[in-house]
Design a protein. Structure first.
Length: 235
């Protein structure tokens, strides 16, 4: 058994799993070692954990363990296909998105998963559940809202755990059925060279620009992706 994560990430993982069990969910946990959050290892772990009854959904807590969230999330999405798991995937982040003027993004690294989720929802609609972002302080009310979303009627697939706002419907996890919950136990190191190369050019460059300009009196910090150069912007 890999060493459990320390700090707020470990507390959040334990709180989510405990709340699911208390609300009647049959949880089957897949624990992933730090250096094993790659496609092949995740596929083997999912296949080894398969059992009866079949899972109604997969809840990923990988982002709560820290590390390279985008690569681990992409590897898990691919591994589910390789392991022939048809259940929808839900990903939990914390502090990745803002909801309301007084709210702020606490962890921009985790925000990458929200971009990945939007792509997965279009390319793998039948196997996609949704995204839930928890606030930095995860209290009982927030955990109750998370369980309600997972066991809901499918009316939400992008949810802020504090406010419950969402959009676009996807399949929920059914109450009382089995769930897999991959949870990172130490920050995983980047495993997939193509992903790392893309992130190095786009994300690392953005981070460096932010650090270099953070003390300047800027009215805005605006970035455009390469997609903006090809997409129509007007009538």
């Amino acid at each position: 058994m890999p060493e459990a994560p320390s700090g707020p990430g470990a507390e959040a993982v334990d709180a989510v799993l405990r709340t699911l069990a208390e609300r009647g969910a049959q949880v089957r946990t897949v624990t992933v070692a730090a250096a094993a959050a790659d496609r092949a290892t995740l596929t083997a772990a999912l296949e080894a954990a398969a059992g009866e009854p079949a899972e109604s959904g997969v809840l990923s807590l990988l982002a709560l363990g820290g590390g390279e969230h985008f690569g681990a999330g992409l590897a898990l999405s691919q591994a589910l296909g390789d392991a022939e798991v048809a259940a929808p995937l839900w990903c939990v982040t914390r502090g990745a998105v803002a909801c309301g003027r007084s709210d702020r993004v606490e962890d921009p690294e985790q925000a990458l998963l929200w971009g990945l989720g939007r792509v997965a929802s279009m390319e793998q609609g039948g196997r996609w559940g949704g995204l839930v972002d928890l606030p930095p302080q995860t209290d009982a009310r927030t955990l109750d809202r998370l369980v309600a979303v997972l066991a809901g009627d499918g009316s939400e697939d992008q949810v802020h755990g504090r406010y419950g706002r969402a959009r676009r419907a996807r399949r929920p996890l059914a109450r009382g059925e089995r769930r897999r919950a991959p949870a990172a136990r130490r920050p995983p190191r980047p495993r997939r060279p193509r992903v790392s190369a893309v992130l190095r050019v786009k994300v690392d460059a953005t981070r460096h620009l932010h650090e270099l300009t953070r003390d300047l009196d800027l009215s805005a910090f605006v970035l455009f992706s390469s997609f903006a150069a090809t997409a129509p912007t007007g009538p």
